[in-house]
Write a protein that binds this ligand. Structure first.
Ligand code: ADP
Ligand code: MG
Length: 397
């Protein structure tokens, strides 16, 4: 695929600019509990301000279902952003409409306007052309810096590009594409992919598209139990949805033995007795999960084996999804062991996916990873070889 233009390829001359940022921050009682995404957006915004561009920012926040809902307002972000930029940030009452259009044409060089949540309009997710035209407004340059939304063809990621002359990737997206391109192009010996989480059905394409390319595909999390079930093993009271079992069965039927041999399943588990609810915990071999027991994590043999592969065999590692129920100790041990192995290995390491990133930051290993992606679903889709509509829509370099 041809390289896409980034902000560096553009001659900035004070043109009115629309930036799609990822301000989908976690909020509790109207307070921002993690401002990583605001910090991440600063380099692109600052570069545009330094070049004298009037900067209009747009983002979604949460899932407001296509109509205004005050709990998903971006207002708290405008306040925090103004502090971080040490410059005024004007909050618009909406993302489209006459009043907003006026505010945008009044915006001066080096001034910032934050539009209200794009998902307050159904046209955003429907990628409605009229909505996209209004959102594009007076912009002469569109900068997409919201990687986590680029796998969705929405008005703010794809639709607006029909109405804006120049469309490029921002600094964050540029970094994402550089790092993820290495995983996207990787194949053969030394390419190790680790997939975890609960739902095989969400990762079925990733598994089938990745198996022919990897040396090993390491599976963890509750989705491993779906494969166990297909293999006729007891899974006790473990999380194992029918839809996941169906997806796992489909994969095992479709792939030949040589490819299936590349898939590593847990050798042992860490489980808890829930029926009767004694709360007792113990390790067991993968084939020895008992009725009434809930397998919540991989066991120590698996931790060692997965860790060894990551440390000794890997040249490029891509990791998406936790190895177990990591929100509750001691069932975070499998996930933390994988994070530690990634921190230790000399391989090029990329972590994508909200839960795996949370595990890495929890133990302060961010600096030991080659790249931490800002997009879970988007990074997985890109690495498995799919095209992302938001990337496709940008200008070629
Ligand atoms: P992701 O968000 O990384 O794509 P999923 O949404 O499919 O992954 O699953 C993540 C969730 O699955 C986490 O909340 C994690 O605690 C849970 N989980 C993983 N393994 C287990 C398990 N063995 N038992 C119960 N929950 C699990
Ligand atoms: Mg999830």
């Amino acid at each position: 695929m041809a390289r896409k233009k980034t902000l560096r390829d553009v001659h900035l001359s004070g043109q009115p600019t629309l930036v799609r940022v990822d301000f989908n921050v976690p909020l509790e009682d109207g307070k921002i509990t993690d401002e990583t995404r605001i910090q991440g957006a600063l380099p692109t915004i600052q570069a545009l301000l330094d070049a004298g561009c009037p900067v209009t920012l747009c983002s979604h926040l949460g899932r407001p279902k296509g109509k205004p809902d005050p709990q998903f307002s971006l207002k708290p972000v405008a306040e925090r952003l103004a502090e971080a930029l040490d410059a005024p940030v004007t909050m618009a009452p909406d993302c489209i409409g006459d009043e907003v259009a006026q505010m945008r044409s009044d915006l001066g060089a080096g001034e910032v306007l934050l539009l209200e949540n794009t998902r307050f309009h159904a046209g955003e997710e429907a990628n409605d052309a009229d909505f996209a035209r209004a959102l594009a407004g007076n912009a002469e340059l569109f900068v997409d810096d919201a990687f986590g939304s680029m796998h969705r063809a929405h008005a703010s990621t794809v639709g607006v590009t029909e109405f804006i002359g120049a469309c490029v990737a921002g600094m964050l997206v540029g970094k994402e594409l550089d790092a993820l391109a290495k995983c996207r192009a990787a194949s053969g010996d030394g390419f190790i992919v680790i997939l975890g989480g609960a739902k095989v059905e969400e990762k079925i394409n990733a598994i089938t598209q990745m198996l022919p390319r990897v040396e090993k595909l390491i599976i963890g999390g509750a989705m491993a139990w779906a494969f166990f079930k297909v293999m006729g093993r007891e899974v006790g009271a473990s999380l194992c949805k029918d839809s996941s079992v169906e997806a796992a069965a489909q994969i095992m039927k479709k792939m030949d033995d040589e490819l299936l041999a590349r898939m590593m399943l847990p050798l042992d588990v860490h489980m808890k007795q829930v029926k009767p609810d004694t709360g007792e915990t113990k390790f067991a071999d993968a084939a020895a999960i008992e009725p009434g027991w809930n397998a919540l994590d991989i066991g120590p043999k698996t931790r060692d084996e997965y860790g060894r592969i990551i440390r000794d065999e890997a040249e490029i590692v891509f990791w998406n999804g936790p190895m177990g129920y990591f929100e509750e100790a001691p069932f975070d041990e499998g996930t933390l062991a994988v994070a530690r192995a990634l921190a230790d290995t000399k391989a090029f390491t990329v972590v994508g996916g909200g839960d795996s990133v949370a595990a890495v930051t929890q133990i302060c290993y961010e600096d030991d990873m080659s790249h931490i992606s800002t997009g879970g679903g988007a990074s997985l889709e890109y690495v498995q070889g799919d095209t992302l509509p938001g990337v496709e829509a940008l200008d070629e370099a």
